[in-house]
Design a binder for this molecule. Structure first.
Ligand code: SF4
Ligand code: SF4
Length: 256
């Protein structure tokens, strides 16, 4: 039987909290707005999204003919209790006409196969999305009805694959612990992650704008460092902001 789903955003702003996955293009276009990192999400063979993740990310050979598929996602690194810096006091997006592809495509998620997208249309607790039959029909016969944003984001993800694979090759060569950390993360019941710094990407890709990007990131990182200081629950965020701000301070001066 066809699965039919309705959905309308009521602009409650509740999904604009916490980490925000971005395309490479959106990440660098917003380097003055979001503290950036890379989130590596490993998936074991046999998982239903494995072929797509292997296409959009990279694969890592393990012993015994096993392998992992890994998504590598530029991400606005923000604690789940913190609003997106672009969220206005009125709960509306202050950069609506220019917001990242990820936000335009919400609630759909092109890192998953299209036929599974209906599973994403159940709002989380405290989200005020309208999923009643009065809301527009958005998913029917295993397909998204209004699909431009989904297709555009998927296309961006496909186009950036070579860049992310070069980064993966670099990191797998120079970071001795990365594979073990990914194997460990893949064994968690709930999707585990490994986080790497923006500076590692800028260095690996020999990014010509590294100095400028570092100068944009440095004040942001210091700001989030101050906002997360002294909160035990945010200790990992604080530690990462601190370490990354040192790296960005170095990069912002090293090439002058
Ligand atoms: S950019 Fe706008 S839509 Fe996207 S998370 Fe931030 S406030 Fe929300
Ligand atoms: S949680 Fe739902 S209703 Fe609220 S802003 Fe996000 S999509 Fe819109």
């Amino acid at each position: 039987m066809a699965r039919v789903k309705h959905f309308q955003c009521t602009e409650c702003g509740m999904c604009c909290y916490g980490q925000l996955p971005l395309t490479c293009k959106d990440a660098f276009a917003n380097a003055s707005r979001f503290p950036l990192c890379f989130v590596w999400t490993p998936l074991r063979q046999g998982s239903k999204d494995y072929p797509l993740v292997a296409t959009l990310g990279t694969t890592i050979k393990l012993t015994g003919r096993k392998e992992l598929a890994v998504l590598i996602t530029p991400t606005a690194y923000i604690p789940s209790s913190f609003p997106c810096p672009a969220l206005g006091d009125d709960n509306l997006c202050s950069i609506h006409s220019n917001k990242p592809s990820r936000c335009k495509t919400m609630p759909f998620y092109p890192y998953r196969e299209e036929r599974y997208q209906a599973e994403l249309l159940t709002p989380r607790q405290s989200w005020a999305c309208d999923t009643s039959t009065a809301a527009p029909l958005v998913f029917q016969d295993n397909a998204i009805v209004f699909r431009n944003d989904f297709d555009n984001e998927r296309q961006e993800l496909l186009e950036q694959v070579p860049i992310l694979r070069r980064y993966a090759d670099y990191m797998l060569k120079y970071s001795a612990s990365l594979v073990n950390n990914l194997i460990h993360a893949s064994s968690k019941v709930k999707a585990g992650h490994v986080i790497t710094s923006l500076s590692s990407f800028l260095t690996a890709s020999k990014n010509a704008d590294a100095k400028h990007i570092a100068q944009l990131q440095l004040p942001l990182l210091k700001d989030y460092m101050a906002k997360t200081a002294g909160d035990v629950k945010l200790a990992e965020f604080h530690r990462n902001y601190l370490n990354w701000s040192k790296e960005m301070a170095y990069l912002s001066q090293a090439q002058s």
